[in-house]
Design a protein around this ligand. Structure first.
Ligand SMILES: CC(C)(COP(=O)(O)OP(=O)(O)OC[C@H]1O[C@@H](n2cnc3c(N)ncnc32)[C@H](O)[C@@H]1OP(=O)(O)O)[C@@H](O)C(=O)NCCC(=O)NCCS
Length: 186
């Protein structure tokens, strides 16, 4: 196996492979299994890692929850590729994306506490990451990940044993400035 891999935004043709990566983890209740349509609808949130032959070997998504907070979700590396830096590279790319989107904090719910700690996350001391007003707005969401974030009873079976973690971007981190396109005159 060559150790080279690359990251790229997910394409519609990756959905089957992403589901193949997620399925065994969902069976172990490590990740949340979703219907195929949910993957297509959230495809723009996904980055995938592919090996030198173009096989998808990892995936991850960033989901915006509110103005200042997003979630890293569905981060997975195929069993054969674990420990080769794929997860770390995916996480860095997802955090870059979150920063570009303008959020200040990134949440994750995970069993992989050490991995995320190395990635800059901290175990949430205060479980109330959002103020009561935002909390009540988030209650209107139909997204199961948001329900997990809010720790709602209907998803308790998904969150058992998981740790709630958060990363706060450095205040000095600036949102990248837009690329300028000078006007060209005919
Ligand atoms: C979490 C996961 C994506 C890590 O992927 P990976 O490709 O093996 O991770 P990497 O090889 O990039 O490891 C990055 C760093 O974390 C460390 N690390 C990875 N998994 C670890 C673990 N379980 N315990 C401790 N350290 C771990 C690595 O040693 C490495 O450290 P370094 O930067 O000092 O070298 C992978 O284990 C996985 O798919 N888990 C199941 C799904 C899951 O739980 N996802 C998270 C919730 S969304």
């Amino acid at each position: 196996m060559s150790d080279s891999f690359r990251l790229r935004p997910a394409r519609t043709s990756d959905v089957a492979e992403i589901r193949r990566l997620v399925r065994p983890l969902a069976e172990e209740r490590i990740l949340l299994e979703k219907e195929a349509v949910a993957y297509f609808e959230s495809l723009q949130e996904f980055t995938v890692a592919e090996d030198a032959d173009g096989n998808v070997i990892g995936c991850g998504a960033v989901h915006v929850m509110w103005e200042d907070i997003a979630e890293v979700r569905t981060l997975a590396t195929s069993a054969q590729w674990r420990g080769h830096g794929v997860g770390k590279a995916l996480l860095e790319r997802l955090l870059e994306r979150a920063r570009d989107l303008g959020v200040r904090r990134v949440f994750c719910l995970t069993f992989e506490v050490e991995f995320f700690r190395r990635g800059g996350f901290e175990v949430m001391a205060d479980q109330t990451a959002v103020d009561p007003e935002v909390y009540s707005e988030l209650l209107r969401s139909t997204d199961d990940g948001v329900a997990e974030f809010l720790d709602l009873a209907r998803v308790k079976q998904n969150t058992l044993g998981n740790t709630r973690m958060i990363l706060e971007f450095d205040r000095n981190d600036t949102v990248p400035s837009a690329v300028e396109h000078p006007l060209t005159h005919p």
